[in-house]
Design a binder for this molecule. Structure first.
Ligand code: ZN
Length: 157
């Protein structure tokens, strides 16, 4: 197990368009494994490769529900509908929480670590987490979508 260093804002890698993954090798598998260990260590529900200093279209999400770990390589949102409003945070912005509007439902096409294409549908908080991570892969940070920031203690951790 290797823990990776989380890139904190401001760092320009957080705001670049990430490169498409074309090689599905052991290096990618190790990156995904290390990202997972790092996300658990940091108590996150998602992590994108640029947050560990790698500008590639790789992200993981695990909100602790029955879905388990989702590995998103080159993800694309195919369908989206509805709206949800709720709190959001980011490991690259420690201690910062803001209210963000997201689609309530999304249908996403992505590849797994072996390059196999799959489709996943998500609603609610899982959909929120996936949208947050996909934004990272395009250099979009949640702070650009915040309606208002929460005061310390306003939301329970
Ligand atoms: Zn984030």
């Amino acid at each position: 197990m290797s823990l990776l260093q989380i890139v904190k804002y401001p760092n320009e890698i957080l705001e670049v368009e990430c490169e498409t993954v074309t090689t599905f090798d052991r290096k990618l598998a190790k990156l995904l494994n290390d990202m997972y260990d790092t996300m658990l260590e940091e108590d996150g529900v998602g992590l994108a490769a640029p947050q560990v200093g790698i500008a590639k279209q790789v992200a993981i999400v695990d909100i602790g529900d029955d879905t388990g770990l989702i590995e998103l390589v080159n993800p694309i949102i195919l369908e989206q509908r509805g709206e949800q409003i709720g709190p959001e945070g980011c490991l690259s912005f420690p201690g910062l929480f803001g209210e963000v509007i997201r689609y309530d439902y999304i249908k996403v096409r992505a590849q797994n670590r072996k390059g196999k294409t799959y489709i996943i549908e998500a609603r609610g908080f899982l959909a929120r987490a996936i949208q947050h991570e996909i934004d990272h892969l395009h250099g979009v940070l949640f702070t650009s979508k915040v309606n208002r920031y929460y005061e310390e203690g306003e939301i329970e951790g």
